[in-house]
Design a protein around this ligand. Structure first.
Ligand SMILES: Cc1cc2nc3c(=O)[nH]c(=O)nc-3n(C[C@H](O)[C@H](O)[C@H](O)COP(=O)(O)OP(=O)(O)OC[C@H]3O[C@@H](n4cnc5c(N)ncnc54)[C@H](O)[C@@H]3O)c2cc1C
Length: 91
């Protein structure tokens, strides 16, 4: 039996936030250093994001580090949360 094969420098299993941010960071570093890098992300879901839960709260620190201009690029996040330091007491 003949099997098709492809060569990659890095294979990442899982296209969740961890796998995707790893792939993005590796490609950013490769581009900054003019290096050719073949990264493959393998996802068992039907498509990337199929197993990502729709989050209620999004903590953007990692996104800010990875893509400082994510807001300008039009990420589909519509509500921002304000910091509440003290719980509001009814009495
Ligand atoms: C009910 C619930 C609600 C949540 N709400 C929030 C929220 O509001 N805000 C927030 O920030 N976080 C929330 N989280 C946490 C958040 O979902 C996780 O922290 C985050 O998804 C972890 O990312 P990850 O990449 O490590 O793993 P995952 O997101 O689990 O990604 C792993 C990926 O790997 C794939 N995979 C696994 N095994 C294989 C394999 N053998 N081959 C190929 N692909 C494979 C899976 O299909 C999946 O897509 C919530 C979690 C749960 C359970």
């Amino acid at each position: 039996m003949e099997r098709e094969s492809m060569e990659f420098d890095v294979v990442i299993v899982g296209a969740g936030p961890a796998g995707l941010s790893t792939a993005c960071k590796l490609m950013q570093l490769a581009n900054e250093n003019n290096q050719e890098l073949m990264v493959c992300v393998v996802e068992k879901g039907s498509e990337v994001g199929a197993h990502i839960l729709s989050g209620a709260v999004f903590e953007p620190r990692a996104m800010n580090e990875l893509f400082p201009d994510w807001k300008e690029k039009g990420a589909p996040l519509n509500l921002s949360l304000i910091h509440i330091s003290e719980p509001t007491r009814p009495y």
